[in-house]
Ligand binder design. Structure first.
Ligand code: F6R
Length: 608
């Protein structure tokens, strides 16, 4: 996730900006840069790669005397990691420098407009439009130019802006991306996250959506979107740096679980325009889709579990058969793919060795590759003809949560896109599906309110030896992920079974007190699912059922019943999985496990 820091005071800014950026390194980044403003105008230093490369380039900033500057660590979204795409970006006349966190959704249209007016673009980023818009609107009033510029922007942004004509000011503005202002006696700061400046101050102002801050070395003024002064209570922070990095949460895992409504909104909303799915940059044609006889989804671990949900959803929406494969199996089984096959690769890191090899294998046979990836410029993204990015931001906890959820959202988007192109479902059904998709973030926010209840339940299950998860259709696919979540972070043995398979073997494992989770959101199959629940309960199991209010579960049919909001059966997994992530998290917490770094696991599996 991009990180922003800004400093205005009496000391040289560059060393302080570098220090602030180093505190934001934990968020993940691929390039870094700073801009300084002084009597001679704006100077920019930036480079791709680790912050140390930038430090070496400017000798830790010790010969740079300017006392006002902004800095940035970039996590690539639009455009690969490169020196040119690194922030800060400058207006053509050199009068403005901008750092940005977020995504400008309407940047393509703005870029066209600015190019037609003669502006030259030096990067592939969405951010550069902001610098040129500032130049376009500037008539001597810095604040007004910023206000007119942000009025043109759609999407999410936190911006730090310098203007050479106002060398004693920084203007910051935000919408839907975090930004705080730090206050101290002889300096003021902006930052996307408190840890960046926590060694200098514990006094903060939190900017709300649409608010703007004007910083000078002597003070800070806040304005609302209409330019009216805003008074605000200071926030006094007593956290240490470690908990500040986690936004006050005990672990990155729970922080990332809580970020899910936000990242799903970021993944979905730019792809739904005027009631239609729009996949910018995807070159797959209608003709190619019409020729498809089969679609393959290839991935590892949780990403493979996403593919299992994808199979149900894509087949239902498009009637194209879908085969889901583990990358490590696919690459060695001489798969039957050719130029009329579409292979969908799913990977958070974009670097998983087996998945990358599976991709190359399918590509060598002529298959078309569409990947769903979180890391821009990663190996899998570079090898693919089409890439759909999940805008989950960097995931730091080894066990995936928010990346999994955004991958699921991409499955719905892809299914709807194919259905829309091939007209495989009636328009009203497609419209309802897209409405449900837009509602997911708020429904997930509702599910997150179950956290205290799950924490309480987790005390009871902390010392389990085994757990079993059952479900049918999408609920079964989500059971696989629920089970993996529990076992990887709590080290409790767990398995997931298609509920209809119980009688074919696994039911022999059930005895008094065996913990079974039944996922039962699929209304159509509820009766069958609940009879499986009764079967295990009759054999002594302690059962937790996760369902919605369209399914009637009697109090005596389960030991615990948790309700999630109702949505169509294809998307209900997005709600169930959040309950399951929290249950696993709180059980692991009660067992005092090393949650963010479970034993023997790595975040990115770059070896076979
Ligand atoms: C489990 C988990 C892993 C990954 C798998 C694939 O919580 O994170 O199972 O899903 O290693 O990784 P990516 O998505 O980076 O290819």
């Amino acid at each position: 996730m991009c990180g922003i820091v800004g400093f205005i005071g009496r000391k040289p800014a560059a060393p302080l900006l570098l220090e602030g950026l180093s505190k934001l390194e934990y968020r993940g980044y691929d390039s870094a840069g700073i801009a300084l403003v002084g009597e001679k105008g704006i100077e920019i230093y930036k480079s791709k790669g680790r912050l140390q490369i930038l430090r070496d380039k400017i000798q830790d900033g010790k010969d740079l005397p300017q006392t006002v500057g902004i800095g940035h660590t970039r996590w690539a979204t639009h455009g690969k990691p490169s020196d040119e795409n690194s922030h800060p970006h400058q207006s053509n006349d050199g009068n403005f420098a901008v750092v940005h966190n977020g995504i400008i959704e309407n940047y393509a249209g703005l870029k066209k407009e600015l190019q037609a007016e003669g502006f030259t673009f030096l990067s592939e980023t969405d951010t550069e439009v902001v610098a040129h818009l500032l130049q376009k609107y500037y008539k001597g009033d810095f604040m007004l130019a910023v206000r007119q510029t942000v009025a043109r922007l759609e999407g999410a942004y936190a911006l730090g802006i310098l203007c050479a004509d106002f060398p004693n000011q920084i203007i910051a503005v935000r919408r839907a991306s975090p930004l705080i202002v730090g206050l101290s006696q002889d300096a003021n700061f902006i930052a996307s996250d408190i840890p960046a400046v926590l060694s200098h101050t514990r006094r903060f102002l939190q900017l709300e959506d649409g608010e703007m801050a004007r910083l000078t070395s002597g003070g800070v003024e806040l304005f609302d979107a209409d330019g009216r002064l805003v008074e605000k209570q200071e926030l006094k922070v007593s956290w240490d740096v470690d908990s500040a990095e986690k936004g006050g949460y005990a672990h990155f895992m729970i922080k990332e679980i809580m970020e899910q409504p936000d990242v799903i909104r970021k993944t979905v909303s730019p792809r739904l325009k005027d009631g239609k799915v729009v996949l910018d940059g995807v070159k797959l044609t209608e003709e190619q889709l019409r020729k498809l006889k089969k679609l393959y989804i290839v991935a590892c671990g949780s990403a493979y579990h996403v593919g299992m949900v994808g199979k149900y959803v894509i087949e239902k929406m498009t009637r194209i058969p879908v085969e889901v494969d583990l990358s490590s199996e696919f690459r060695y089984r001489d798969p039957i793919v050719d130029k009329d096959s579409l292979v969908v690769i799913i990977s958070q890191s974009g670097e998983t060795a087996d998945t990358l090899e599976a991709l190359k294998n399918a590509k060598a046979k002529g298959a078309r590759i569409l990947s769903i990836v979180n890391v821009v410029g990663s190996s899998i993204a570079r090898e693919s003809e089409d890439v759909l990015y999940t805008w989950a931001g960097p995931e730091i906890c080894v066990a995936t949560t928010k990346a999994y959820s955004t991958q699921l959202a991409m499955m719905y988007i892809l299914a709807a896109y194919i259905a829309q192109t091939l007209q495989t479902v009636p328009q009203a059904q497609l419209d309802a599906f897209l409405d449900d998709l837009l509602r997911l973030p708020e429904q997930i926010a509702e599910v997150l309110k179950l956290a205290p209840k799950l924490q309480q339940m987790a005390q009871r299950y902390a010392y389990l030896e085994h757990a079993y998860y059952i479900g049918r259709n999408v609920d079964y696919a989500v059971s696989l992920e629920a089970s993996l979540k529990l076992k990887e972070i709590s080290y409790i043995h767990s398995e997931a079974y298609a509920a209809g398979e119980l009688k074919h073997g696994p039911i022999s494992l059930i005895e008094d007190g065996t913990f079974v989770v039944g996922l039962a959101c699929c209304e159509r199959l509820a009766e069958k699912m609940l009879s499986n629940v009764k079967e295990v309960k009759a054999r002594g199991a302690e059962v937790l059922v996760v369902t919605n209010d369209h399914v009637k579960v009697h109090a005596d049919e389960a030991d615990h019943i948790l309700l999630v909001p109702y949505t169509n059966e294809m998307m209900s997994g997005s709600l169930e999985v959040v309950v399951m992530q929290m249950l696993a998290y709180y059980i692991a917490l009660a067992r005092k496990c090393d949650i963010d770094k479970p034993r023997n696991l790595a975040k990115s599996v770059t070896v076979e």
